[in-house]
Design a protein around this ligand. Sequence first.
Ligand SMILES: Cc1cc2nc3c(=O)[nH]c(=O)nc-3n(C[C@H](O)[C@H](O)[C@H](O)COP(=O)(O)O)c2cc1C
Length: 177
Amino acid sequence: MKILGVSGSLRAASFNTALLRAAQELAPEGVAIEIFGLHDLPLFNQDVEDQGDPAPVAAWKDAVRGADALLLACPEYNGGVTGVLKNAIDWASRGKPAPLDGKVACIIGASPGVTGTVRAQDALRQSLRKVSALYWPLGEVLVGQAHTKIEDGRLTDEKSRAVLQRHLTAFIEKLRG
Ligand SMILES: Cc1cc2nc3c(=O)[nH]c(=O)nc-3n(C[C@H](O)[C@H](O)[C@H](O)COP(=O)(O)O)c2cc1C
């Protein structure tokens, strides 16, 4: 099973990208989580789209199409989804069928604040509903005070690792039916 891991942060020391790396370590047998970096994705512009998808957009759409499911690591900026992640969703919501049509997504997130991206994750669910991507609606991975739980890019907090592992296992079991 191939899961596409996507971080809504471009930051080298991103807590959310660190969560994806932890997910790679904790994924059940037979599950490969490949991380797709959004660094090269241009801002959505319908004029650009009308000329044909630029190479980074085509690569992003192919990666979404080729994945069995998405694992979205969702940082919170001003109570919402980062522009980086929203922009990626906007590109992948285009076309008939769109890469996101019917795609299942699992959402996780980390922030230094106590609420651990709960508002951004809700906002992300709103957008996924709009693009008719399905999402795993039960349970949440909210890693608050992430600066105390992620050291040198590694999720070291055992409780958070256990929560993430349980969440991933439930997600994969559901996917496998
Ligand atoms: C523009 C901006 C707005 C932010 N707004 C929030 C917020 O609303 N809630 C929150 O918990 N953290 C907020 N933060 C702090 C981020 O959670 C923090 O920078 C976090 O490290 C970003 O995720 P990353 O580590 O994956 O890059 C904000 C940071 C920035 C730069």
